[in-house]
Design a protein around this ligand. Sequence first.
Ligand code: FES
Ligand code: FES
Length: 174
Amino acid sequence: MVKSTSNGPSSREGGEASLRVNGVSRSIALAPDRNLLYVLREELGLTGTKYGCGEGECGACKVLLDGVAVRACQTPAGEAIGRSVTTIEGLAEGERLHPVQQAFLEAGAFQCGFCTPGMVVAAAALLGLNPRPSEEEILAAMDGNLCRCGGYLKILDAVRRASRSPGSKGGLSP
Ligand code: FES
Ligand code: FES
């Protein structure tokens, strides 16, 4: 459930609250039926995060919440109040791509690209917590993300490349 407007210093009367999204404080309308995916895409215009299944099955909607990958379609917007949200739009630092984004480019790890934001976020979360994951840890971290184009081999190759990158921890602090 979305938390009430008495949710501490980040919320206020009038049904609004502020979220920190990609390092910027953003004001949103509080409503009990809104999930984080709706808020990001429809209220804040951050359409890089995708609506796939809407049921927690595909991972296309993954974002970082305090550095941990969550399915935004299953996350009430109120849960993000006062916390740090990072979307695919917030991973690069200026012109410098996040190491996972760079690795996806180098590996050619997308076809239609619809699953890519969720894949990149899942991998970024993994490497943020565990910069040198084992093969088993990579498979486990990416297991909740589906690619309708079947591009798994290149996607996993990209995650392995990113894990070998000297900058694999960049941009991931909560
Ligand atoms: Fe959220 Fe599929 S859209 S898991
Ligand atoms: Fe098309 Fe993954 S590249 S769904």
